[in-house]
Design a protein around this ligand. Structure first.
Ligand code: HEM
Length: 399
């Protein structure tokens, strides 16, 4: 397998990119990112009438200027404030001042302290998942461990009964991977499901995030039912595949760079710093999106009001103007100001949870198994979701 950071020659795209070409690009977009940073850092995609931004500083300019670059403007005008289109109006797609009010309330229920208390539960989920498969001597990291972990964790945090988990996962998958009609139906199912759960916890509060959100208030304001539904749906999307990818991408990197694996094994206190380097090097989320609210200029390029702007954070995290030797995977890198969790007002609310869960999972694997190796000759298949960097399956042997 080619190195993820290799400086292979950039080939021009074929006239009709085939599936193989797209897969190769998705698994190693980094040479293309570098070319775009050098030659077209703020690129107008004429065919689609949108902009693509590749450099670190330009992306910071965009995410820091929420008046000029909106998180909600690109939504269809009918994406109303109620929950009829639950995914459309989550906190992620809101601008100030509404974003600020909602984030204040949600943050009360979603504190780093509350997350730290999850340590024993995360540990036992990881051990249970491993126990079920480890006698085989190999596991598929994605299917057996990194996939189920966030689903179990997030649904437990929300207070969703275990027997409903797989159904929720199916609706969430259908919502983003099917025809518009099927997708609409899946969103409606999610909407109705969460309304029922919210009603249950309104009548009888429990020890869970939904009950905490029902209770949380700022200046006498509670969250509406639609706001809680939207938040629950967002967690399913924002927290699942991202955390799965962080764990699987870490194993990909450590397998590709045995010296980094040896260094980490010799000093496990490097694990948090190694995870930050994975976040930078193979960022689980590669792409953010905004829309310009007014005519504006970004690094000499003239953007018109209302144009969609894609921000390639996966490229920003390899920007040579920000990181020394950006194509080198260096688990002791300091400073490491990657923007893989975003930046500014929308900075990832789940970052403490993602860091903790990945640290516990990798810590257990490294302590329990002296050999962790990718099963050779199994080709990697990239995730279908172009916003993320991840693989569909990652078989490894454990001894
Ligand atoms: C490694 C795992 C994760 C990565 C890489 C990641 C990445 C991100 C990024 C890049 C953003 C900013 C989006 C933007 O600016 O448009 C974001 C926002 C968000 N993330 Fe995460 N995320 C991860 C895990 C999680 C988890 C586990 C949760 C929930 C438990 C979560 C919940 C959220 C929420 C609620 C927001 C919206 C915050 C706001 O709009 O104010 N994320 N995440």
């Amino acid at each position: 397998m080619s190195s993820y950071g290799s400086s292979e020659q950039i080939q021009p795209p074929p006239m009709m990119p085939d599936a193989q070409y797209i897969e190769t690009m998705r698994l190693n977009p980094f040479p293309q990112y570098r070319k775009m940073r050098m030659e077209h850092p703020v690129f107008y995609n004429q065919a689609n009438n949108w902009w693509e931004v590749f450099r670190y500083n330009d992306i910071l300019t965009v995410v820091n200027d929420t008046a000029t670059y909106s998180s909600e403007r690109f939504l269809p005008p009918d994406a109303s404030q109620d929950s009829s289109n639950a995914s459309a109006r989550s906190i992620l797609n809101m601008d100030p001042p509404h974003h600020h009010q909602l984030r204040d309330i949600i943050s009360q229920a979603f504190t780093p302290r509350a997350v730290t208390q999850l340590t024993p539960r995360i540990t036992s989920i990881v051990n249970e998942l491993l126990r079920a498969v480890v006698t085989r001597g190999y596991i598929d990291v994605v299917k057996d461990l990194a996939g189920p972990l966030p689903l179990i964790l997030l649904t437990e945090m929300l207070g969703i009964p275990a027997q409903d988990r797989e159904q929720l996962k199916l609706w969430a998958h259908t919502a983003v991977n099917s025809t518009p009609m099927q997708s609409l139906l899946a969103f409606q199912h999610l909407d109705e499901y969460f309304k029922r759960i919210i009603a249950r916890y309104r009548a009888q509060p429990g020890e869970n995030l939904i009950s905490a959100l029902l209770k949380a208030q700022v200046e006498d304001q509670h969250l509406s039912e639609a706001e809680i539904v939207n938040f629950c749906v967002l967690l399913l999307f924002a927290g699942n595949e991202t955390l799965t990818n962080l764990i699987a991408n870490t194993l990909l990197c450590l397998d590709e760079y045995p010296a980094a694996m040896a260094l980490l094994r010799s000093n496990l206190t490097l694990l948090p710093s190694a995870l930050e380097e994975v976040m930078r090097y193979l960022s689980p989320v590669q792409l953010l999106v905004r829309a310009s609210t007014v005519d504006t200029v970004l690094s000499g390029q003239k953007l018109k009001a209302g144009q969609v702007v894609f921000l390639w954070t996966g490229s920003a995290n390899r920007d040579e103007a920000q990181f020394a030797d950006p194509e080198v995977f260096a688990i002791t890198r300091t400073p490491n100001r990657h923007i893989a969790f975003g930046h500014g007002i929308h900075f990832c609310l789940g970052a403490p949870l993602a860091r903790l869960a990945a640290k516990i999972t990798l810590g257990i694997l490294l302590e329990r198994f002296s050999t962790i190796k990718r099963v050779p000759d199994v080709p990697l298949k990239p995730s279908d979701n172009i916003f993320v960097y991840g693989v569909k399956s990652l078989p490894i042997t454990l001894r």
